[in-house]
Design a protein around this ligand. Sequence first.
Ligand code: THU
Length: 150
Amino acid sequence: MLKDDIIKLLIREAISARKNAYAPYSKYLVGAALIVPSGRIYTGCNIENSSYGLTNCAERTAIFKAVSEGQRHVDAIAIVGAPLDVGLESEDLEASQEDFDYAYPCGACRQVMAEFLPDSKDIDIIVAKSESDYRVLKLEDMLPYTFELV
Ligand code: THU
């Protein structure tokens, strides 16, 4: 599959996963979709908790799902985050006039990504508002001097 096709596919999957976000406290819904070398896709959403600190971000949900099913390498991950009132469908995100920024991964998620997206030279991290509005980022730019045990 072409790079652009993979990007758009991952964004579509992330938009779909965003519909499952459990975010009654922030009302900010996030979906993530990642692809592993076999071509399989795993998705995740943010899952909040009344004790706020237990919240799990969409990226980590997707990564932990993949790793818990035996995957050890992520080729690329797309993240779509927007307030609930923007809407759930692709068309809502596309048409939104609301001024929201891309959902850049938090520091904890960047460190978890560093574990499973090492030495990625191709697509890496896609932050998207819609299928037509996205940025492609490199993990090494987002998390320089990553902590490593060895
Ligand atoms: N969140 C994510 O799921 N991923 C990000 O990249 C940034 C933040 C979630 C956590 C929380 O449920 C909500 O967005 C607001 O911070």
